[in-house]
Design a protein around this ligand. Sequence first.
Ligand SMILES: *[C@@H]1O[C@H](CO)[C@@H](O)[C@H](O)[C@H]1NC(C)=O
Ligand SMILES: *[C@@H]1O[C@H](CO)[C@@H](O)[C@H](O)[C@H]1NC(C)=O
Ligand SMILES: *[C@@H]1O[C@H](CO)[C@@H](O)[C@H](O)[C@H]1NC(C)=O
Ligand SMILES: *[C@@H]1O[C@H](CO)[C@@H](O)[C@H](O)[C@H]1NC(C)=O
Ligand SMILES: *[C@@H]1O[C@H](CO)[C@@H](O)[C@H](O)[C@H]1NC(C)=O
Ligand SMILES: *[C@@H]1O[C@H](CO)[C@@H](O)[C@H](O)[C@H]1NC(C)=O
Ligand SMILES: *[C@@H]1O[C@H](CO)[C@@H](O)[C@H](O)[C@H]1NC(C)=O
Ligand SMILES: *[C@@H]1O[C@H](CO)[C@@H](O)[C@H](O)[C@H]1NC(C)=O
Length: 276
Amino acid sequence: MGRLATCPSTMKILFGFMILTVLMLICMEPNQVEAQVEPPYPPDYEVRALREIATELGKKDWNYNENPCNNKSSWFTPPPPPNVPEAINNSTVTCNCSFPNGECHIDGIYLLGQDLDGVLPRSLVKLSYIKVLVLYLNYLNGKIPREWAALKLETLNVAMNRLSGPIPSYLGNITSLKYLSLENNLFSGTIPPEFGKLVNLENLTLSANYLVGKFPSFLANLSNIKELRISSNNFSGKMPDIFQSWKQLEKLEIQGSGFEGPIPSSLALLHDLVEL
Ligand SMILES: *[C@@H]1O[C@H](CO)[C@@H](O)[C@H](O)[C@H]1NC(C)=O
Ligand SMILES: *[C@@H]1O[C@H](CO)[C@@H](O)[C@H](O)[C@H]1NC(C)=O
Ligand SMILES: *[C@@H]1O[C@H](CO)[C@@H](O)[C@H](O)[C@H]1NC(C)=O
Ligand SMILES: *[C@@H]1O[C@H](CO)[C@@H](O)[C@H](O)[C@H]1NC(C)=O
Ligand SMILES: *[C@@H]1O[C@H](CO)[C@@H](O)[C@H](O)[C@H]1NC(C)=O
Ligand SMILES: *[C@@H]1O[C@H](CO)[C@@H](O)[C@H](O)[C@H]1NC(C)=O
Ligand SMILES: *[C@@H]1O[C@H](CO)[C@@H](O)[C@H](O)[C@H]1NC(C)=O
Ligand SMILES: *[C@@H]1O[C@H](CO)[C@@H](O)[C@H](O)[C@H]1NC(C)=O
């Protein structure tokens, strides 16, 4: 320390400090003005819902004294630096603050790698504007709540948990879903026929469960599907030749799914990106 330190005169220090201050004022002014515009809190009923959701999930570190919509503190994991991939561990609540009346509403909950050991929260239905729920990589157990049938979710990712039982038919009621992953859980039984109603699905992952039965022909209904992953299950029988219906399909993963060959010729002809 001593070796590096020089002894500039007081004038030099003062002058340097003044220049620095002027520069900081010039650079920071617009940001500071922006930062002073705090978004409103979401409505009380949404904050109450968050408390109930936290209890069900086993989430203990949300700070209710802070605004869940301010991108700060316990409500937000900031994006990674440029060129760094998204982190596995993430605890973020997002809000849409663009409602015409100036209100903010919670529209996303991302809790990845948070060691949550509770259950999937029934109280989620109290968040009327929720579109995204990601609970990837926790120890959540139990079933998908019946109440969720009323949600308007676009993304539901509960992969890498300990969820069990049959996949409920009422999941087919969430017709707004574009992305659904139930990967790496303990789901058993067959794929419910109601999945044929999920016509907006682009990305479906059911890999690494204990699903059985024949390849469901009602999945031909999913005409917007781009990526389908059903590897590592206990399906049986042959794959039907339904791939003509999936004109958007870009990726298919069926290794270890249990289905018997041969692979339908339409599949081989239509798509380059097949992984078997
Ligand atoms: C929070 O972050 C999101 C996405 O990065 C952004 O759209 C939004 O404007 C931010 N909200 C506040 C209050 O800074
Ligand atoms: C955490 O998740 C939010 C929402 O998806 C995302 O905007 C943010 O970049 C993530 N942070 C990290 C470090 O991956
Ligand atoms: C993610 O969280 C888990 C569980 O709390 C922890 O063991 C792990 O070290 C964390 N990983 C990173 C990259 O922070
Ligand atoms: C936010 O809500 C407004 C009003 O409902 C809607 O028009 C807009 O698309 C929403 N924004 C996002 C990013 O979902
Ligand atoms: C799912 O939708 C069907 C048909 O609209 C309806 O009869 C059923 O009650 C819904 N299921 C649940 C659990 O809400
Ligand atoms: C297929 O989708 C249509 C809507 O596009 C729906 O009316 C029909 O019930 C679905 N079929 C099955 C088998 O789910
Ligand atoms: C589908 O999900 C995978 C894995 O999460 C992702 O890499 C891919 O970009 C998604 N594709 C679409 C079309 O959303
Ligand atoms: C289920 O499939 C896995 C591989 O995906 C296999 O190891 C296991 O033996 C199968 N179990 C039954 C009961 O068929």
